[in-house]
Design a protein around this ligand. Structure first.
Ligand code: SAH
Ligand code: SF4
Ligand code: F3S
Length: 447
């Protein structure tokens, strides 16, 4: 167990891929100052929660976790607990009242101050750095990465959209992009050190704007795919109003850019999309889908849906179900609306759909989407898929888990393959979330 003043730290990450990438930046920053990652919470003298504020239940989970940490603090005198990320950025100093366990707070733009915050916390202060810094991209930090096959590369931070339901513009601040040249350099370094897959990250990647030469995201994606021709290239998230024809054509033209697009629609009703301030109608969305399908053969589309947003009527909900039936998304992240204080919706719209109705509509959406995913996955049985093996499967060390280019999870008998191999897998069965298969022996590509 750790001792007082210990330099061992443990990070517990909640939320999106951007937060996961940020935890890698925090780790690198702390290591530079002589702190060391601990194997587990019990070995740590500093515990950091990197938090998510997107829905109320995400915040509840963090509050629950803080209760557990308070218990731990009673046993481990001198343990320092910091809360970082979107929740303190959003709740500001009030966050301290959530739990006496909290020693310091840091927002997403202030991670360079973490060593100072830890030192101040050690002498009993309760410091907080919560300023936005629209210039901060953590340029020059080489993030620590878990795993050695698939890497996240943030290309922009923040969000300038104002979707009425969404807290992210308030937790992440204004958009800013990483320089084109530094993204390319980072990708080249990753590939040189053996990574086989790179996912370019941003809250709205289509708003990417190179601060040096003002090149756009289609140009960046093209250049990244050329710089890493042997790696798979992915990106997320695209906003439907901003996805361009140039981008769609780039995906089709470059063989190593995966043919999967995550395109959150949120609702099938234009009335709701207007109220959500999404900046597009459902007809616009249908046109984008038609363009994507006509240009990229075999593309897989996934989406996000919110059930029960302000003023949603039964007919709006039916329109969402119809859209799901029509588009046949491969899979979807589905949520019921959770009002977030300070957002456009919280300030201007009534959260008037009763919780029981939100939950019933969400369940109908989930049931329909599961049946669609199940059908699409069953259709893959008998086909041979190229799978990038990522890790041992959770169930057995004799099985590997990987993904198809369309981002479907595949579990297969390991035989003599290893993580990082591109394996041709014959799909023998499927559930609505996983394909199961066995290797086709003729073809092994190893880096
Ligand atoms: N930047 C991304 C996603 C941000 S948050 C984008 O623009 O798509 C991820 C998803 O969480 C959103 O797509 C939305 O479906 C969901 N979400 C965001 N705020 C929410 C809220 N207040 N209640 C329920 N779901 C929400
Ligand atoms: Fe939130 Fe909309 Fe920005 Fe996505 S695009 S992060 S949903 S405000
Ligand atoms: Fe991500 Fe949650 Fe923040 S989704 S940007 S960690 S509010």
């Amino acid at each position: 167990m750790r001792t007082e003043g210990s330099k061992a730290f443990y990070i517990h990450t909640f939320g999106c891929q951007m937060n996961q990438a940020d935890s890698g930046i925090i780790t690198a920053l702390l290591k530079q100052e002589g702190y060391l990652p601990a194997e587990s919470e019990d070995d740590a003298g500093i515990i950091l929660l990197n938090t998510c504020a997107v829905r109320e239940n995400a915040v509840d989970r963090i509050e629950h976790y803080l209760q557990h940490l308070q218990g731990l603090k009673k046993r481990n005198k001198g343990l320092i607990v910091g809360v970082a990320g979107c929740v303190p950025q959003f709740q500001r100093e009030e966050m301290f009242s959530a739990s006496p366990a909290i020693d310091f707070l840091a927002g997403p733009d202030t991670y360079r101050t973490l060593p100072l915050l830890i030192e101040q916390a050690r002498i009993g202060l309760k410091p907080a750095t919560l300023d936005f810094n629209a210039a901060e991209t953590y340029e020059g930090i080489d993030p620590f990465r878990q795993g050695s096959i698939s890497a996240f590369v943030p290309v922009m931070r923040g969000c300038n959209n104002m979707c009425a339901f969404c807290v992210v513009p308030f937790t992440r601040g204004r958009e800013r992009s990483h320089p084109f040249s530094s993204v390319i350099r980072e990708v080249q370094q990753l590939v040189a050190s053996g990574y086989r897959e790179v996912t370019l990250l941003g809250q709205n990647v289509n708003s990417y704007n190179d601060p040096e030469e003002h090149r756009n995201f289609a140009a960046l994606l093209d250049a990244v795919s050329l710089a890493a021709p042997m790696a798979r290239i992915r990106f997320t998230t695209s906003h439907p109003k901003d996805i361009s024809e140039a981008l769609v054509r780039t995906i089709a033209e470059r063989p190593n850019i995966c043919n999967h697009i995550h395109l959150p629609v949120q609702s099938g009703s234009s009335e709701m999309l207007g109220r959500m301030n999404r900046g597009h109608t459902i007809e616009d969305y249908r046109q984008k889908i038609a363009l994507i399908r006509s240009v990229i053969p075999g593309v897989a589309l996934t989406t996000d849906i919110i059930a029960g947003f302000c003023g949603e009527q039964e007919q709006d909900h039916q329109a969402t179900l119809e859209l799901l039936s029509e588009v046949q998304f491969d899979s979807a992240f589905m949520f019921f609306y959770s009002e977030r204080p300070g957002t456009l919706a919280a300030r201007t719209l009534a959260d008037d759909v009763p919780e029981s109705v939100k939950k019933r509509r969400l369940q109908e959406i989930i049931d329909l989407q599961n049946s669609i995913s199940n059908k699409l996955y069953q259709e893959a049985v008998g086909s041979v898929e190229e799978v990038l093996a990522e890790s041992e499967s959770r169930r057995s060390s004799q099985q590997l888990m990987g993904r198809t280019a369309t981002n479907r999870i595949v579990v297969f008998e390991r035989e003599n393959y290893q993580e990082g191999d591109l394996v041709n897998v014959l799909i023998t069965s499927a559930t609505s979330a996983t394909l199961i298969g066995k290797c086709e022996h003729s073809d092994v590509h190893r880096s």
